[in-house]
Design a protein. Structure first.
Ligand code: ADP
Ligand code: MG
Length: 248
């Protein structure tokens, strides 16, 4: 198959995320498994990109390269000017804290902390905001996702959709330019999923770069660009001029 050349969609700014010839091979007892087979991808500032593919196609592996959660076996990962593939684990954690907000399928809020304390945790880790500003900032983020009235509850007292909105607020704690979400609606009913998707559309409209993994092909018409992944390769792309609608 001919390689698919990827470039930012025309409506967006300068490239912010670059994967260059990224290979990721997992070592397993059964031998080496090639999860990414030489991926090239550039994502522009303010772009909303959906990474779409079947289970096992390499979607999570690909976003884990961008967030630095995992490192490539070969190739380069340049995000916001930083060669992420060259950072140590500590450097990666500091870098990620202020550069990429990460949202997971199963929310991953700390169960023993209240919602507002969960939002403050990344601020405490990165020290970007003064201590006395942090609670107020966390409350403003919760207000943005319409959860201010749930701030003092434990995550377990919230619905799945509310927990995911809290996780999105947490991902914005340090005002990162990039948001990466790995199947953020995979564990939610369709109405709740729609609400979460709308939040990401809104983030992109405000200039954040959003990378969202999904296996919902229907979303491909509602983002700036859909990157279709199969067997560790980018096999197809769709670029949309006017994304964000409900596809109706
Ligand atoms: P997706 O997110 O598209 O479902 P993944 O990126 O999680 O796919 O996985 C791609 C392939 O790599 C799958 O076949 C998966 O089994 C394999 N894989 C993922 N993580 C590991 C790992 N830590 N060790 C071995 N194989 C892995
Ligand atoms: Mg996955």
């Amino acid at each position: 198959m001919a390689p698919v050349v990827t470039s930012p969609s025309p409506a967006t700014g300068a490239p912010l995320i670059h994967l260059r010839d990224v290979v990721k091979t997992y070592q397993t007892p059964a031998g080496d498994f090639p999860a990414l087979k030489g991926v090239n991808l550039s994502i522009g500032k303010g772009e909303f990109v959906a990474i779409i593919g079947r289970s096992g196609s390499g979607k999570s592996t690909m976003v884990n390269m961008i967030t630095g959660i995992d490192k490539p076996t070969r190739g380069e990962v340049i995000v916001a000017g930083t060669p992420v593939h060259q950072l140590s684990e500590n450097e990666t954690a500091r870098w990620r804290g202020v550069t990429v907000g990460v949202v997971f399928q199963f929310f991953q809020l700390l169960p023993t902390l209240t919602v507002v304390d969960n939002i403050m945790l990344p601020m405490d880790f990165c020290n970007r905001y003064a201590v006395r500003e942090r609670r107020q900032r966390a409350m403003a983020l919760l207000d943005m996702v319409e959860l201010a009235d749930q701030a003092h509850k434990l995550p377990s007292e919230l619905s799945g959709g509310q927990q995911q909105r809290a996780a999105i607020a947490r991902s914005l704690a340090n005002d990162p330019p990039i948001l990466c979400a790995d199947e953020p609606t995979g564990n939610l009913d369709s109405r709740t999923a729609e609400r979460i998707f709308a939040l990401f559309v809104d983030m992109a409209a405000r200039g954040r770069t959003v990378v969202m993994v999904t296996h919902d092909r229907e979303l491909s018409g509602r983002v700036h660009r859909a990157v279709i992944v199969a067997d560790g390769e980018v096999v197809e792309e769709h670029i949309n001029a006017a994304p964000g609608g409900n596809g109706a």
